[in-house]
Design a protein around this ligand. Sequence first.
Ligand SMILES: [Zn+2]
Length: 77
Amino acid sequence: MPLYEFQCTQCHREFEELVFHTDEVIQCPECQSQDVQRKISLPGIPAMKAESVPTFTGSCAAQGPPCGPRCARFADG
Ligand SMILES: [Zn+2]
């Protein structure tokens, strides 16, 4: 669910709100002001950083000899 952080520009209260529609009116829970700003968040960033492990799979012919010291077959196991 799209949970966003907001900050009221009137009383500066920070709060979270579920936003289902982009045109939804967000109200400050403290002063009921609609003058709120959505804080910049990165909802799409996963918690864990995926390591960029280079893969050599398919870099050499399966029937032939290993293509070198970094051949994918040596990486197995
Ligand atoms: Zn407020």
